[in-house]
Design a protein around this ligand. Sequence first.
Ligand SMILES: [Zn+2]
Length: 434
Amino acid sequence: MMLVDGDAGSTSDWDDRWNHIKKFLERSGPFMHPDFEPSTESLQFMLETCKILVIGAGGLGCELLKNLALSGFRNIHVVDMDNIDVSNLNRQFLFRAKDVGRPKADVAADFINSRVPGCFCPSFYLYLEFHIIVCGLDSIVARRWMNGMLLSLLVYEDGVLDPSSIIPLIDGGTEGFKGNARVILPGMTACIDCTLELYPPQINFPMCTIASMPRLPEHCIEYVRILQWPKEMPFGDDMALDGDDPEHIQWVYQKSLERAAEFSITGVTYRLTQGVVKRIIPAVASTNAAIAAACATEVFKIASSAYLPLNNYMVFNDVDGLYTYTFEAERKENCSACSQVPSDLHFSPSSKLQEVLDYLTESTSLQMKSPAITTTMDGKNKTLYLQSVASIEQRTRPNLTKTLKELGLADGQELAVADVTTPQTVLFKLCFTS
Ligand SMILES: [Zn+2]
């Protein structure tokens, strides 16, 4: 965690430094926000007051930091847990070969500070301090966690949202030649979890599914990768599967097709095979640049109030030509993250706890990773299942094969579920079906 901080009003400003920004803020124009009065105040706010948190200092993050610093934001904090890898250097342009191994956030902040005069970094912060948060992440879990964090900061009085508690979240995402940028006003517009179905499905599957009951093309590819390759060693002993070797991928692809045919599963392609085997999201520098530019523009629009923000989801695709459109993602009435309504879980009393667990991880609208389920019984907290602590996992594992009735759960019982996808506990209401 590092800060790119404007030493506001310092000697580092030269005449006309912000002329390009002033054109947007100090004169009116046809695209201006209807309530905006051009003045010098917006620029002062951006330069001196506005505090931005950039999450991720990778491909998108480097672009975002550069764009924001050059747009006049001088109080930019950046957080990233990764260290720099040599493979980042082609597009993560704030890093040099000498930086390999160092934390991304530190190096990115140093670079911006040295190249954009007036920009500087403390290491502790509260999310509450920020006016705007920008995410340039490749992890859906991290994105959902941040979404949940901002939702947890919302203040409701008599059920009415206090607008001053809203911290806008600008979220950018890219995958190869595709990308999206969105503006989220937590509690007001669709949140990350409202549109979870839009994200690609997970790529880590339970072994039993892969081995005995595949349903998706990915399951078939995983079967070949994990079980068949080590058994058959098609390229000689000790030859590890290499995702960059076309012959290896071709072999896995053919075997996956055979496996898929056995279970009448369609959708196995060479490209999908490579994607599953390599477990990577290909990075394209131009896509990152376009999406980061869109995100930085949204930050500028919100910080200055000079223009209406994107409403609220922009899709970008330059696989074949260039295609882009925007739409308004809608809030989901029963969103488990932002609706404030406990979701119902419909199960029969004879369902096993394992089925509830599977639902939490496999449902497209929940996509939890390692849910821990607790409930209250006779006024006491009871952990039904918890995976993250080995001793508790061992103790609660037998519950998975018990039915809900055997566990003493009643119709209408509240289940509290904790997961890495959110900082808050999600409440569910158990509804028995007959
Ligand atoms: Zn939501």
